[in-house]
Design a protein around this ligand. Structure first.
Ligand SMILES: C[S@@+](CC[C@H](N)C(=O)[O-])C[C@H]1O[C@@H](n2cnc3c(N)ncnc32)[C@H](O)[C@@H]1O
Length: 352
């Protein structure tokens, strides 16, 4: 398989577990490429896809990865010069070179309503990669055993017969994996306030094991006081008025995830790239007690916990600063979802 826009390799991890051998990957961010290399080997080129040449690519059975969301343009406003289309032209170029039996790409749900998706449909119908049939839809990672409600668009292109998307294996809410299961064995206490000093290559920190990423933050006394008022499933609306910042006092409605606390018996919500900021989402640790304040864990989830929620195994290693590693974790396709997609494609006989 070849992985484009590979990030840290969440897709590769899942497909590898299902039996695919990664041959080549492209990733422009040097920290993400280092994480990929530390886990899968040095067949990753740290380049912009635009700067790769035909000779870089091996022939492969499978191509995974798709251009990241750069703010898709809306349907019906087709403009060939739109810079957002550039990466899609590159993508088509690589499909032509690699000629995979199957390509798989993952993206945010609104991709399916974008002009870029419409162009992909045209390319496979009448364009330079005609011969591929595409199947697409939305999947919820929680339905495949990932402890996270993360909805993403999956597109599968096949030139060896129609493919279908995998069917759910863990239909919720009863079948979903809870945070209780996902975070088991991770101590409530954080262990260090910084990453160990270690260099992977060229000044890139790493590699770090998951348990080295259980890092302390230093919220202000006011933040800690706020967190202590928020029960599992609660959010900023649980704050007493004197603890609300003026902007929240004046805006009593709005998104209910801000400063939200997770719940032990449910999956998490979508892990994003700034999961350590309670003011950006539902990321407070689920442990809480109304009667025993000492039992409350008044902090956001750590990198270790976020990686578990993204279904990375604890032996996956990470390179970069804490901000860059968080971006890699939040951007990744959960490996358990990727593995379910891979196994489903194999079982459809597309690689026989
Ligand atoms: C959503 S992330 C990919 C996540 C990955 N599929 C995974 O499962 O871990 C998109 C990646 O594309 C990379 N990227 C963005 N523009 C690129 C370009 N022009 N060439 C190569 N990589 C690029 C970003 O650095 C980012 O790591």
């Amino acid at each position: 398989m070849v992985d484009l826009f590979a990030g840290c390799g969440g897709l590769t991890e899942g497909f590898h577990r299902a039996g695919f051998r990664p041959l080549y990957a492209v990733e422009s961010d040097r920290h993400a490429a280092a994480t990929y290399a530390a886990n899968f080997g040095d067949h990753v080129d740290c380049l912009r896809i635009e700067d790769t040449s035909t000779d870089d690519y091996p022939r492969a059975e499978l191509l995974v990865g798709g251009p990241p969301c750069q703010g898709f343009s809306n349907l019906g406003r087709h403009d060939a010069d739109d810079p957002r289309n550039r990466l899609w032209r590159e993508y088509r170029r690589v499909v032509e070179i690699v000629q995979p039996r199957v390509f798989v790409l993952e993206n945010v749900p609104r991709f399916l309503r974008s002009d870029q998706f419409r162009q992909l449909e045209l390319e496979v119908k009448v364009g330079r990669i005609r011969g591929y049939e595409i199947t697409y839809g939305l999947v919820n990672a929680a339905d495949f055993g990932v402890p996270q409600r993360r909805i993403r668009a999956i597109v599968v292109g096949s030139r060896v017969g129609p493919a279908s998307l995998p069917g759910p294996t863990h239909t919720g809410p009863g079948g979903w994996i809870s945070l209780q299961d996902a975070l088991s064995g991770i101590p409530f206490e954080t262990e260090a306030s910084g990453l160990p000093r270690r260099e992977y290559a060229d000044g890139i920190p790493g590699p770090f094991k998951a348990n080295e990423l259980h890092l302390q933050r230093h919220p202000t006394a006011l933040s800690l006081e706020r967190y202590s008022h928020i029960p599992p499933g609660g959010n900023r609306f649980n704050l007493p008025d004197p603890l609300k910042p003026p902007c929240w006092l004046n805006k009593p409605t709005g998104t209910s995830d801000v400063m939200g606390r997770l719940e032990w018996d449910k999956p998490a919500l979508t892990i994003r790239t700034e999961f350590w900021k309670p003011e950006k989402g539902r990321v407070l640790h689920p442990e809480w007690s109304a009667t025993e304040p000492g039992r409350c864990v008044n902090r956001s989830i750590t990198h270790w916990e976020a990686a578990r929620i993204q279904s990375f195994p604890d032996d996956f290693v990470w390179c970069g600063t804490r901000v860059e590693i968080a971006r890699q974790i939040g951007n990744a396709v959960p490996p358990v979802l990727a593995e379910a997609i891979a196994r489903s494609l194999i079982s459809q006989g597309l690689f026989d």
